[in-house]
Design a protein around this ligand. Structure first.
Ligand SMILES: NC(=O)c1ccc[n+]([C@@H]2O[C@H](COP(=O)([O-])OP(=O)(O)OC[C@H]3O[C@@H](n4cnc5c(N)ncnc54)[C@H](O)[C@@H]3O)[C@@H](O)[C@H]2O)c1
Ligand SMILES: [Zn+2]
Length: 722
């Protein structure tokens, strides 16, 4: 099973900061993993709804804990880096993603946020376009002097893949533009495969005894990213134009005007695009498109709303990965009834016992679902984490008929139990009190912050628990830790399970002694084992060798210290610089009241529970033994010092006061933050700049008193470059 076992056990509102840090780390890793599969290989492992739910969970946690947003947060990234198979194209203007909403209420909020941001009363004066969200892949087609010169995929938003030869095979995309086209124009839109063409293709594949394709979107993407344009040509791809990239002269004042120009030039544009003014109209159109959905010959997964006027779009600007002037209103997830045939318990790296529902296979919205997360003991019992019954009388029993949903939360969820259909012999589920892997007893700890019992039952076996040890290794080699290519989940399971001392890997340092041990092995060598072979063994050794020099934060993260996610690891690396300094400090910090303990706690972003967890880790002799062996093998690098960007206000704390005339307060704040400044609400000694508009009062007085630089709006704009 390649799907990572992960379930948010706690509602976002109830998360502690530590849990949030840990979960954000897991989410970043998982989302990156799914991005690579989806965008890089056109072969996702999970459904889009599941993927969206992961992203939503990430966004919700980040919204609650803005200071925990990771540098590598999925909320800041678009897509995936382009494949090296194609030459790279740097987009003249970035190709971004879209923000998502999932309910009518949130769609209305989106409209409200536009008005608020612009400082306009919500009087229906702002027009929006509403158009189907085509489930294909986005494409930027550049024309110079009326001729198609390049066509590129979105890639990571900055750089895409050059697929010009393939795009030229799509008959409905013009090769030349009429004389009224500007010298440079990039027409952007979605390449897709019609449902009917997809079905035909699959019928042909089946007739030829070949493997059929999974869905039109992935097939379209795979068909386009072919080295041989003839293959693309045979697939009958189609296109809808809906956005403008780089352009040398304005085409129109509005989104709808731009699309009209595209239509005039002969591009296919979506007939269901419309212009609306009120939330009511917008939602009516959303529901109308939803009803038409199944009768359309192309897959759509929602409706995109865009502010129509380009001047307003410009004022609204962008977040790191999406425009503020648009959002995608996704269609809801689907539900289905099925039977719960069993409950498995998985044991994670930190010993957490996670129950997984085994289901009678059921198709939910086109995807077969066989298991679902059950979160934790309380969830199965039908009581909330905080102790209040949230589904009183709705405990989940083996044999129950349950309602499975593929969105709304992470991974397939059991959203309810059909009590009428409960078999008479069904008994309440008894959650194990022993680890199913090592037999150690399992406990629910008391949360130190809240004094409440933790929702997670944990195996107390620690090092002796094989499940924890193997998960530890998997963490150690994972993407954000040692990132050893060719040493994934499957291989770790193999090496961990090996009986041969010259082959087995039970602890991290043994990864680095594998080759030496193998070279000394007179008997069975790795290369003779099924699934390895000479070439891949050599590759594996090279990959391991390449990680002997390791970034300090990767090493610290890789140790798998509880509560130390990637962000914390980076903080620690940056604060201590070298591994020696870090280890010495952690050992010294074990002394109550020591300076080292105070220093550790003083690091911005590290709280007491994290600090204690690290110190405890360094108190454990078994950890020190493993660490010593590891440091005989690897050389942690000195950590990089934080880079100061070219921005004149990076790292500065800015306060705005009084009224601003050129922009709203939200706009000012967003721009300052985009340039790396911190925006604070009140003046203190830490304030670097006070931007004071007319009517500024006490804040201005205070800033003068403290000798803080003050400037007016124009001076501020001049400083940040207009
Ligand atoms: N199943 C997985 O493992 C997996 C992994 C990664 C991404 N995904 C899926 O891929 C998509 C996520 O990534 P995303 O960043 O492309 O975001 P997105 O699909 O939610 O939104 C942005 C994209 O929408 C497209 N789009 C379609 N019609 C449009 C229109 N009329 N106007 C503007 N844009 C339009 C554009 O290509 C644009 O890039 C989601 O649907 C997600 O579920 C799935
Ligand atoms: Zn155990």
């Amino acid at each position: 099973m390649s799907r990572p076992a992960f379930s948010p056990t706690i509602p976002v509102d109830a998360l502690t900061e530590l849990e949030a840090v840990a979960e954000l780390a897991v989410l970043a890793e998982q989302i990156a993993h799914h991005d690579a599969l989806y965008h890089g290989k056109d072969a996702p492992e999970i459904t889009d709804a599941e993927y969206d739910a992961l992203k939503r969970r990430n966004d919700a946690i980040e919204a609650r804990f803005p200071h925990l947003v990771r540098a590598d947060s999925p909320s800041k990234r678009v897509g995936f880096e382009p494949l090296a198979t194609f030459s790279a194209v740097t987009h003249a203007k970035p190709m971004l993603s879209l923000d998502n909403v999932f309910s009518d209420e949130d769609a209305a909020d989106f409209v409200g946020s536009v008005y608020r941001f612009l400082g306009v009363l919500p009087d229906n004066s702002i027009a929006f376009t509403a158009e189907p969200k085509i489930d294909g892949l986005s494409m930027s087609i550049r024309y110079e002097k009326g001729r198609m010169v390049t066509a590129a995929t979105r890639g990571d938003g900055t750089t895409g893949e050059n697929v010009t030869a393939n795009i030229r095979t799509i008959a409905e995309i013009p090769q030349v533009l009429p004389a009224d086209a500007p010298d440079v124009v990039e027409v952007r839109g979605e390449v897709y495969m019609a449902k009917s063409d997809f079905l035909d293709l699959n019928a042909r594949m089946e007739a030829e005894g070949k493997q059929t394709y999974v869905n039109p979107r992935n097939t379209a993407s795979g068909s386009l990213r072919q080295l041989d344009p003839k293959v693309t040509a045979a697939r009958k791809l189609k296109f809808f134009a809906y956005a403008l990239g780089d352009v040398s002269a304005p085409l129109a004042d509005t989104q709808s005007g731009i699309v009209q120009r595209f239509r005039d030039w002969g591009f296919p544009v979506n007939p269901l695009m419309t212009k609306v003014n009120s939330v009511e109209e917008l939602l009516a159109h959303y529901h109308a498109i939803g009803e038409a959905r199944s009768s359309l010959d192309y897959d759509i997964d929602g409706v995109v709303y865009k502010v129509d006027r380009l001047d307003l779009q410009e004022r609204l600007g962008f977040r790191s990965r999406s425009p503020r002037w648009a959002t995608a209103h996704k269609f809801p997830a689907e539900q289905a009834f099925t039977t719960l045939t069993g409950i498995d318990i998985q044991v994670g790296r930190t010993g957490a016992l996670t129950p997984v529902a085994r289901l009678e296979p059921i198709t939910v919205g086109g995807v077969v679902v066989t298991n679902a997360t059950l979160h934790n003991e309380d969830y199965i019992k039908g009581i909330g984490n905080s102790g209040e019954p949230i589904r009183e009388g709705r405990d989940i029993r083996i044999g129950d008929t349950v309602i499975v949903q593929r969105a709304g939360d992470v991974i397939p969820q059991i959203v309810d139990v059909v009590l009428d259909k409960r078999p008479p012999h069904a008994v309440p589920y008894a959650f194990p009190t022993k680890c199913p892997v090592c037999g150690s007893h399992a406990v629910r700890e008391t949360n130190e912050k809240t004094g409440k019992m933790d929702s997670v039952m944990r195996c107390t076996g620690g090092f002796t628990c094989a499940a924890q040890a193997v998960e530890h290794l998997k963490h150690f080699v994972s993407r954000n830790a040692f990132d050893i290519e060719g040493l994934g989940t499957k291989q770790i399971d193999f090496f961990f399970g090996s009986e041969d001392p010259l082959m087995q890997i039970k602890t991290a340092p043994e990864i680095f002694t594998l080759q030496r041990r193998q070279e000394a092995s007179p008997l069975i060598k790795l290369e003779n084992i099924d699934g390895f072979g000479k070439v891949s063994v050599k590759k594996l050794y090279d990959a391991i060798e390449a990680r002997r020099d390791i970034a300090l934060h990767r090493l610290i993260f890789g140790l798998g210290i509880r509560h130390v996610g990637e962000t914390t690891a980076k903080l620690l690396a940056r604060s201590y610089g070298t591994y020696e300094a870090f280890e010495a400090a952690m050992k010294a910090a074990a002394e109550p009241g020591s300076e080292a303990w105070a220093d550790l706690n003083a690091i911005d972003g590290i709280g007491e529970v994290v600090a204690r967890s690290i110190v405890e880790f360094y108190k454990e002799p078994r950890n020190l033994t493993v660490l010593k062996a590891l440091l005989d093998e690897v050389r942690p690098q000195e950590a990089e010092r934080p880079t100061t960007e070219g921005s004149p206000v990076a790292g500065k704390t800015v306060v705005f006061t009084g009224s601003l005339e050129k922009m709203t307060r939200d706009e000012a704040k967003a721009r300052a933050e985009a340039l790396g400044a911190k925006v604070a609400g009140s003046v203190s000694k830490k304030t670097d700049i006070l931007v004071a508009g007319p009517g500024a009062g006490s804040k201005l007085d205070k800033a003068r008193e403290l000798g803080i630089a003050t400037m007016d709006e124009d001076e501020w704009l001049a400083l940040i470059g207009g």
